[in-house]
Design a protein around this ligand. Structure first.
Ligand code: GLC
Length: 395
């Protein structure tokens, strides 16, 4: 298969235009709207084809930013489109009312690396500034330097077992049960008039490892963007905030050599092992010794994550591991991409290469599906799903 050409065809097929805006749907049937971190992935992939199109993806994403700075995780550009995607009351007219992992500075920085277009970063910077300030101020009300999420969907891993305890769900449950709980959180968000600290304190307050690791790396890149615009004070501020979060992660999340997400105001560790343990590699939070141990003990362990088609989102020896489950054991290409980038940070080139090759093998075997059985490679979920194209950025 000519991977680059097939990916381009898929992206063009999933491209939508509304008035002056252009965006890419993750999957025409299952996810026919615009999603936050998906659009960041799309922009990253598009930089390998046409940087102008990558900019358009970001511009449409930023166009519905709330006054308080939040960038909503779904934009319903076309509400009439036919889909099985559930109708959810978010309390907003054309968007959701929650956010998703803050990958947008990363995407903008990658765009800027391609063409050094100062004008583009000048236009988007105020929006980025506002978004990351919102996360730092509103999602960290106690100033403990960890960013909170108020709904599992904000992590991008809607039904991950990391959220079972905070949602009071048993380790084995139907996706419907998890949905009911998550929709209820969306209702409560409306009832409290979108007061995120109130919602976190009262209904769901998780400090998630991937979200915070992504925040750290993105704040550093935001600082680079600010530097290029000669905003020295901003650059200094965002670098310091990145450092504070990474120190807080070490202080409040690290135990028995692994990072654990926490919940509640007492930062109780959620000792549920998932692929999240590798995300600190992406943010360069670990020492080389710690990284080596993590990779050798867990990533390359055939009883945990080193399956025929790695990396399962949950290790195969966990009781709730489900190879076909939605974020409960299946392999996803975006999570592979994060781990791939993290491995490069620490010089594990061969292992990264193997992950890239097995990701390609998954697509060749089962097509551009949403997620895959880590043992057999069988594909599940959405079809014509864009995340497979991220392999083009594994280089
Ligand atoms: C699912 C995924 C989420 C993604 C969305 C659109 O809800 O869990 O991460 O953003 O689909 O692809």
């Amino acid at each position: 298969m000519d991977f680059k050409q097939t990916s381009l065809k898929l992206l063009l097929n999933n491209r939508r235009k509304v008035k002056n805006f252009q965006y890419t749907v993750p999957s025409p049937d299952t996810y026919p709207y615009q999603w936050l971190w998906d659009s960041c992935f799309h922009a990253i992939i598009l930089t390998h084809f046409n940087v102008g199109e990558a900019k358009k993806e970001i511009m449409s994403l930023l166009s519905k930013q709330f006054d308080n700075g939040l960038i909503p995780h779904i934009i319903y550009w076309d509400k009439k489109v036919k889909t099985d995607f559930p109708k959810i009351s978010w309390g907003k007219k054309n968007t959701s009312s929650i956010t998703q992992p803050p990958m947008v500075a990363y995407a903008v920085w990658q765009i800027y690396q391609k063409d050094n277009d100062l004008n583009f970063i000048k236009i988007v910077y105020p929006k980025l500034y506002h978004f990351y300030k919102y996360l730092l101020n509103v999602r960290d009300p106690h100033e403990n330097h960890l960013i909170g999420i108020m709904n599992p969907d904000e992590s991008g891993e809607d039904n991950s077992p990391r959220f079972d305890i905070p949602l009071s769900l048993p380790p084995v449950h139907s996706i419907e049960k998890s949905r009911q709980k998550r929709f209820k959180l969306a209702d409560q968000n409306i009832k409290c008039n979108f007061d995120a600290p109130f919602c976190m304190r009262n209904f769901f307050w998780v400090k998630d490892v991937p979200f915070n690791a992504i925040m750290v790396e993105n704040l550093r890149l935001l600082a680079q963007i600010a530097t290029n615009l000669s905003f020295k004070e901003d650059a200094c501020f965002f670098m310091k905030e990145a450092e504070k979060i990474s120190l807080a992660m070490k202080k409040l999340m690290f135990e028995d050599e692994l990072f654990w997400s926490t919940f509640g105001e007492s930062y109780k560790k959620i000792k549920v092992k998932t692929w999240a343990i590798f995300t600190p590699l992406f943010a360069k939070i670990l020492t080389h010794k710690e990284a080596k141990e993590l990779v050798e003990k867990h990533l390359l362990n055939p009883d945990e994550f080193w399956t025929k088609f790695p990396i399962p989102t949950v290790p195969i020896n966990e009781p709730f591991f489900d190879p076909k489950g939605f974020w409960r054991g299946s392999t996803w290409i975006a999570t592979n991409w994060f781990i791939y980038k993290g491995l490069l940070n620490y010089g594990f080139y061969d292992i990264a290469k193997q992950i890239k090759e097995s990701s390609v093998a998954l697509i060749e075997k089962s097509g551009f599906r949403e997620y895959f059985d880590p043992n057999t490679g069988e594909g599940f979920g959405a079809k014509d799903f864009t995340w497979g194209c991220l392999i083009l950025d594994m280089a």
